[in-house]
Design a protein around this ligand. Structure first.
Ligand SMILES: [Zn+2]
Length: 115
């Protein structure tokens, strides 16, 4: 499974909290039952506290998913277009860097096969 982030910037006037039916549909789509049937796991969604209080500042919320393909995440937000970023785990990257330093040139456990 790969990790995907969906950053979601919006103005106070565009906040999903203001659109009740749209909000209910999003909550339904992102429920564990709905996602599970699509083979997606919501790691967590992080909702900007500014979404919850009156403000003039832009809001920034952030969702983190596990899925096999980016298009599964894209389908989730149709018809809205969202930005999707594939992520690497920091711990995976730092672990392999550490291995490289400790055992240079040993074994096939290098970049081969990663791409
Ligand atoms: Zn908001």
């Amino acid at each position: 499974m790969m990790l995907f982030a969906v950053p979601f910037f919006h103005s106070p006037g565009e906040c999903p909290r203001l659109h009740r039916t749209q909000m209910e549909e999003t909550v339904r789509r992102l429920s564990p039952e709905s996602l599970g049937s699509r083979g997606i796991r919501l790691v967590e969604g992080y909702i900007d506290r500014l979404c919850l209080e009156p403000t003039d500042k832009a809001h920034f919320s952030y969702f983190l998913f596990e899925a096999e393909h980016e298009r599964q995440i894209r389908d989730l937000f149709e018809p809205n277009r969202v930005e999707i970023r594939a992520l690497e785990r920091f711990s995976d990257l730092t672990r392999s860097a550490g291995d490289g330093r400790r055992s240079p040139g040993t074994g096939p456990r290098t970049q081969a096969g990663r791409d």
